[in-house]
Every structure is written in structure tokens, then in C-alpha cells.
Design a protein around this ligand. Structure first.
Ligand code: AMP
Length: 291
């Protein structure tokens, strides 16, 4: 059964009964505009827990760009329909959609500072100052409100998982972080709520991002790390309408940039690309070596 709640008090009331009955709780934090990528996280949580809480909250403190926050899609009604559909095959499981207001999450300004270098300083951390502080603020609040046994995050936001793992260690949250693989469109584009902002022409060229990343796995076999990095950047920048903001090939745990393939057993390439005239910022990543 699915319930939609808007206040922390209602969420806690729902969860209290479940906890008394010894039920396990999974949390899937989202900003809404749900798609099949989110659905894969929710499906996994439903399979692994008695109760799944899906939070739907566009968190203002993680947006360093006011315009980006204003144009972020908000589609609660459709989101609830998608969740109902995902829940359909899970008889006996409970789903709570938690869609609070900004005032409910932040009755007063959150002045907490989280700092987990180097994971929160490199890449997104450098280009979006304060972003991961905002992510840690909202995710830590969601952890405290929900007290989940497991929390599900997509590897599409690869850096986010590394930062949240550090926060969980630091704050001693008694829960398990469950990373979930990237869900892609048939042509390879990573699903993202931001894809809805692309015009049909922009959508067509956006596929070059994942194409270049996949092709680079092959290219990497006969080229150095530095050559591969440059090849990805040049290949994407050669497409009119695409502009790479950064491409870093990093150690999958520390997120520090690598110089040679042999410098780590866990090697991931993380990219951010601007797409289109009024640029939509798209992120993606690819594993060269997994441990
Ligand atoms: P968001 O609503 O963009 O904040 O995303 C909520 C969660 O869904 C995050 O953990 C994301 O990493 C995850 N997510 C978003 N897109 C995808 C995708 N294409 N594949 C897997 N997970 C995703």
C-alpha cells in the first residue's frame, strides 16, 4: 500500500508502528521528476525492505545556482503514479512517499558545515561550491527523520555516493549505503530529470556523451590514461552544442585524479557536459576498472 505524507510528524507516526512490528525500512532520497532510474532504486528497496520511504524534495541548499533551482522540474502527481506502478508487483510491501515543504525540512536555516576532503572538493565540489554541503544537510536530516536500515543512491551521481559514505562514517549513522547502477535510455544517455529540459535536437546530440565514454573503454586498452582523458574531451567537444566542463579519471574511493592506469584498482571517469544554447548540465561516468 502507498501513502503520501507531507510532514515529519506524519512520517514518524507511520514509521513508529512499522518499527514496533520489527519491519525493516529502506530510504530512497530523490528530488522528484521521477523516471526509470529512480524506479530502479525504489524497486531494489522494495525487494530488500518491508517499508520503503521515497522522499521527494527539491533541496534548495544544494543548488548554488538560483536559476537552476527555479527551473528544476516539479511533477508530484506523476511521481506518485510512477511509484504506484512500481509498487504494484510488490504485494505486502509498504511505500511511503514523503513530500515535505521547504519550511518543514528547514524550519530554521541549516548552518551545519560538512567537510569531507578530497571527496567533496574535486569535480562537482569545485564547480558547484556548497553543493555537497547542501546534499549532506538534507541527506543527514532525511536519515534522522527516517532512521532507515538501508539507503539507496544511484551511481549516476558517483561523487555523491563517495561523499555520503564519508558522512555516514563520520556521523556514525547505523545504516547501509546501497549503490545502484546507472539506468540509461536505449541509445545510452543516462536517465536524468534534467533530460526533460533538452529540446529534441539537444536530446539527439546528448547521446554523444555516453557514446564517447563507452568508446573510451576500448580506446583505453591501447592508450595512456592521459591520452584517453584528452580523447574523451576532444571527441565530445567536436560535437556542436556540447561543451565539456570537466572530465577526470579518478580513484573510485578517494576521487583523486590519477596519472596512470596502474595507479589504482578502481578507476572511474567522471564527466560533466553543457548541452545546448541555454545549457543543460549533464553528468555521467564510466568504470575502467572495478574492484
Ligand atoms: P535526483 O532526484 O536526481 O536527486 O536523484 C535521486 C537518486 O536517483 C540519486 O541517488 C541518483 O543518483 C539516482 N538516479 C538518478 N538518475 C539515475 C539513473 N539514470 N540511474 C540510476 N540512478 C539514478
Amino acid at each position: 500500500m502507498m501513502k503520501v505524507v507531507h510532514t515529519v510528524a506524519d512520517l514518524k507516526a507511520e514509521l513508529k508502528a512499522q518499527r514496533l512490528a520489527n519491519k525493516s525500512v529502506g530510504l530512497v532520497p530523490t528530488m522528484g521528476a521521477l523516471h526509470a532510474g529512480h524506479a530502479s532504486l525504489v524497486t531494489r528497496s522494495l525487494a530488500e525492505n518491508d517499508v520503503t520511504v521515497v522522499s521527494i524534495f527539491v533541496n534548495p541548499t544544494q543548488f548554488n545556482d538560483k536559476n537552476d533551482l527555479a527551473k528544476y522540474p516539479r511533477t508530484l502527481e506523476n511521481d506518485c503514479k510512477l511509484l504506484e506502478n512500481v509498487l504494484e508487483i510488490f504485494v505486502k510491501k509498504e511505500l511511503i512517499a514523503f513530500a515535505p515543504t521547504v519550511e518543514e525540512v528547514y524550519p530554521e536555516p541549516d548552518t551545519r558545515q560538512f567537510s569531507y576532503p578530497p571527496t567533496d572538493e574535486v569535480m562537482e565540489g569545485g564547480f558547484r561550491p556548497g553543493h555537497f554541503n547542501g546534499v549532506c544537510q538534507v541527506v543527514s536530516k532525511l536519515f534522522m527523520m527516517t532512521e532507515p536500515d538501508r539507503a539507496y543512491f544511484g551511481e549516476k551521481d558517483f561523487q555523491q555516493i563517495a561523499v555520503i559514505r564519508r558522512m555516514v562514517d563520520d556521523q556514525k549513522f547505523p545504516l547501509q549505503i546501497c549503490p545502484c547502477p546507472i539506468v540509461r535510455e536505449e541509445d545510452g544517455l543516462a536517465l536524468s530529470s534534467r533530460n526533460a529540459l533538452l529540446s529534441p535536437d539537444e536530446r539527439k546530440i546528448a547521446v554523444s556523451i555516453s557514446q564517447a565514454l563507452f568508446a573510451s573503454q576500448h580506446y583505453a586498452k591501447s592508450h595512456t590514461l592521459k591520452e584517453t582523458k584528452q580523447w574523451v574531451i576532444d571527441t565530445i567537444n567536436a560535437v556542436e552544442g556540447l561543451e565539456v566542463q570537466y572530465y577526470e579519471i579518478v580513484d573510485g574511493n578517494s576521487l583523486l585524479s590519477l596519472n596512470e592506469w596502474d595507479d589504482s584498482d578502481y578507476v572511474v571517469g567522471c564527466i560533466t557536459v553543457f548541452c545546448g544554447a541555454i545549457p543543460v548540465r549533464l553528468i555521467d561516468n564510466i568504470k575502467y576498472k572495478s574492484c
